[in-house]
Design a protein around this ligand. Structure first.
Ligand code: NAD
Length: 248
C-alpha cells in the first residue's frame, strides 16, 4: 500500500465527487488533508469527520474559485495551515457546461475558464513558496481534451489548456524537484455526469469505453494517489488517461 505518512495535501473541490474520493484516499494512505470546498460546508464537514473518525488528520477551507482572487484567498488559508511546506496539491475543482456552439454564452465561457484554468494557475503561483523538492501537483484534465464527446467544446478547451499548463509547469518547476502531472478521466459517475443517471445516457457512456462499467470517483482517486506517491517519482509533464479505455 502507498504510504503518504507525514505528507500534507490540499484537494480542491473535495466536498463531493472525485475530490471527495481523493481526499479520503490520500488520508487512508496517511496524508494530512486540507479539504477545500466552495459552498457545500456540510458535505466538507462530513469528509473531514470521516477522515478523523478513521484516525487521520484533516481540516476544511472555503473559497469560491470562480472569483478573480479566489485562488489567492485559498492559498492564503493553506499557507496559514501548512507553513512552508505543502507536499501534494490536487487541483480538482471544476465545472462543465453542455452547450452547442450557438448556445454557449460569454458568461458561460468566462466562468468555465475562471474555475477550470485561471484558478489552478494562480493556486500554483500563490502556493509556490510552499512547494519544495519532492512536492507534486496533480491537475484534473478530461477525455474531451483529446477526443470529441458530447457538446462540450468550451469545457474541452479548458481541459486542453490544463494539459498545456501541465507541460509548461513541469518544465519550469522540474529544477526545484517539483513534479506536475494530470489525470484525464472519461465519464465518471458524479454529479457532473448526471446524464449517466438515465439508461440511454449510461449506454452512451459505455459505448465509448473498452471496459463496460461506469467509472467511480475512487477509480480516479487511486490514480491521483499513485501520481502523488514516490511510485510515480519519474513521471512529470504527463497527462495520464484514466478512462477505462475510452475512445480508443
Ligand atoms: P462534481 O461536480 O461532483 O465536483 C466538482 C467540485 O468542484 C465540487 O466539489 C464543487 O464544489 C467544486 N467547485 C466547482 N466550482 C467551484 C467554485 N467556483 N469554487 C470552489 N469549488 C468549486 O464533479 P467531479 O466529477 O467530481 O469533477 C471533478 C473534476 O473532474 C473536475 O475538474 C471535472 O472537470 C473533472 N472531470 C470529471 C469527469 C466526470 O465525468 N465526472 C470527467 C472528466 C473530468
Amino acid at each position: 500500500m502507498t504510504n503518504l505518512t507525514g505528507k500534507t495535501a490540499l484537494v480542491t473541490g473535495a466536498s463531493r465527487g472525485i475530490g471527495r474520493a481523493a481526499a479520503l484516499a490520500l488520508a487512508k494512505a496517511g496524508a494530512q488533508v486540507i479539504v477545500h470546498y466552495g459552498n457545500a460546508q456540510k458535505e466538507a464537514d462530513a469528509v473531514v469527520k470521516e477522515i478523523i473518525a478513521a484516525g487521520g488528520r484533516a481540516q476544511k477551507v472555503a473559497a469560491d474559485l470562480g472569483k478573480p482572487h479566489g485562488a489567492h484567498e485559498l492559498a492564503r488559508q493553506v499557507r496559514d495551515i501548512v507553513g512552508d511546506r505543502l507536499d501534494i496539491l490536487i487541483a480538482n475543482a471544476g465545472i462543465s457546461k453542455a452547450a452547442s456552439i450557438e448556445e454557449l454564452t460569454v458568461d458561460d465561457f468566462d466562468q468555465l475558464f475562471a474555475v477550470n484554468v485561471r484558478a489552478p494557475y494562480f493556486l500554483v503561483q500563490q502556493l509556490l513558496p510552499t512547494l519544495c523538492k519532492g512536492s507534486t501537483i496533480i491537475f484534473t484534465s478530461s477525455l474531451v481534451a483529446r477526443a470529441v464527446a458530447g457538446s462540450l467544446s468550451a469545457y474541452a478547451a479548458t481541459k486542453g489548456a490544463v494539459d498545456t499548463l501541465v507541460k509548461h509547469f513541469a518544465a519550469a518547476l522540474g529544477e526545484r524537484g517539483i513534479r506536475v502531472n494530470a489525470v484525464a478521466p472519461g465519464v465518471v459517475d458524479t454529479d457532473m455526469s448526471n446524464f449517466t443517471k438515465t439508461e440511454e445516457g449510461r449506454d452512451r457512456a459505455l459505448s465509448m469505453q473498452a471496459l463496460k462499467r461506469l467509472a467511480t470517483p475512487e477509480d480516479i482517486a487511486d490514480a491521483m494517489v499513485f501520481l502523488a506517491s514516490d511510485k510515480a517519482r519519474w513521471m512529470t509533464g504527463e497527462t495520464m488517461r484514466v478512462d477505462g479505455g475510452s475512445k480508443l
